[in-house]
Design a protein around this ligand. Structure first.
Ligand code: NIG
Ligand code: FE
Length: 423
């Protein structure tokens, strides 16, 4: 019996399947393997992928009826939807005026110490209603979808008190259940030191491990636990305490490490067997090698040094050559306001020396591994979810080449067309 298809996307100039061994994230030269099929097709039924291959083979394999929606992708690139594995989606307000401070030479930590930065967003997020947070996030998710992102990880972290952290995680849960986008929740209670605990950081760490974490676990509001391990924020010891306690509650660790000062967060990521570590601008060679050994994914966020006007970016080339599986993410937050994974791919190539193929692996299958979803998404393979994007360009190399715009013209989410003229 042939499988019936509700949707057939055919004749793609490049069908970038990313097919391969999904048991582990891709490393080294495997990060260049895109599984491109020229003149390729993908057939979808009931929200899942039922056939992938050369157009003539797919057309023979599936049952095409008068109800099958057919999209001709001649001259276009078809690939899995982008996976954004690091965002701070839920917050209130803006921080557009901080750009002037940065231009005057103030650093990220200067602005934070002045009560701005994360702390300003915390004040506004604490005051905001759930409805307000929801409507802000919906607008962001709509833009992400237009740019081709079909799954996002979303962190809490602008509450810094149990009640508001729970409020933000509940908004993420609601969106995951009611919005077309898939959201993967991460608890980041230790994102900054709340003003009430300025003189008693250990006191706040105790609150996180004794009160907030257990409540997040009991309400099943997160899959991962993250920490901002940085000088003047949470030390390696404090971060270890939170991440280990999170593990006891079943949350796999993630970490913001060695962004501004080399503190040893990279080594800690390996020690606690984090699923991923981010930033890593100042990581030591040893730290990077220990990540490779423990298969910790480096989720690199080049939008952040860009927004901070820094010359220094994470050493992606050294990481890839050392065997670290690398992924890319927007780090969407009020300091780094970008919804575009296409722009991250461009920054990865122009400022971190990554090849276009590596940047695409990093934005799809490796990004799916970074949120433990590589069996479901991140590649176009039979049995995976039908999260597919069509780009108005003949091959994948155009994505970084034509930077700053949006090449995505159609987005298929769970087998249904969500963005695109042909909706
Ligand atoms: O990943 N570095 C810490 N946290 C965020 C920034 C959050 C903010 O500035 O609001 C980041 O870049
Ligand atoms: Fe972040």
């Amino acid at each position: 019996m042939q499988e019936g298809a509700d949707l057939l996307i055919k004749n793609a100039s490049e069908l970038v399947t990313l097919a391969g061994d999904n048991s582990k994230p891709r490393v080294k030269e495997h990060m260049t393997e895109l599984g491109v099929i020229k003149g390729g097709s993908v057939a979808v039924s009931g929200g899942g992928i039922v056939a992938v291959g050369k157009t003539e083979n797919v057309e023979q394999k599936v049952n095409i009826t008068s109800d099958t929606r057919i999209i001709d992708a001649q001259g276009k690139t078809v690939m899995p939807g982008f996976v954004d594995p690091h965002t701070h989606l839920i917050f209130a307000g803006f921080r557009e005026d901080e750009l002037k401070l940065k231009l005057e030479g103030k650093t990220y930590l200067d602005i934070l110490n002045m009560g701005g930065g994360i702390l300003r967003t915390v004040r506004e997020t604490r005051k905001a209603s759930k409805e307000e947070l929801l409507s802000n996030a919906e607008r962001t998710l709509a833009r992400m979808l237009c740019y081709g992102t079909t799954t996002v990880e979303a962190k809490s972290g602008y509450g810094l008190e149990t009640e508001t952290e729970i409020k933000c995680l509940e908004v993420i849960k609601y969106l995951n259940e009611n919005h077309v986008m898939d959201l993967i929740p991460t608890f980041l209670g230790a994102h900054a030191i709340p003003p009430e605990y300025k003189e008693d950081v250990d006191g706040y760490v105790n609150l996180v491990v004794e009160e907030t974490l257990p409540e997040v676990a009991e309400k099943k509001l997160a899959e991962f636990c993250d920490v901002f391990c940085e000088k003047g924020v949470f030390s390696v010891e404090q971060s270890r305490k939170i991440l280990m306690k999170g593990k006891e509650h079943g949350f796999r660790p993630k970490i913001h490490a060695d962004e501004i000062v080399q503190l040893g967060g990279t080594e800690l990521a390996a020690e606690v067997e984090a699923i991923s570590a981010s930033h890593l601008v100042k990581s030591s060679d040893e730290g990077i090698k220990s990540m490779a050994e423990k298969e910790v994914i480096g989720v690199l966020v080049p939008g952040t040094p860009f927004a901070l006007m820094q010359k220094e970016y994470p050493r992606a080339r050294f990481m890839i050559d050392s065997g670290v599986p690398v992924a890319l993410a927007t780090d969407f937050n009020p300091n780094c306001w970008t919804e575009s994974m296409q722009f991250m791919i461009a920054l990865a190539c122009y400022n971190m020396g990554m090849l276009p193929s590596e940047a695409i692996v990093a934005s799809t299958i490796n990004a799916a591994h970074a949120i433990n979803r590589a069996q479901e998404i991140g590649s176009l393979e039979v049995g995976k979810e039908a999260d597919i994007i069509i780009l108005d360009c003949p091959n994948h190399m155009h994505i970084p080449y034509r930077f700053g715009g949006n090449l995505v013209e159609t987005v298929v989410k769970d087998g249904k067309i969500d963005v695109g003229e042909s909706k």
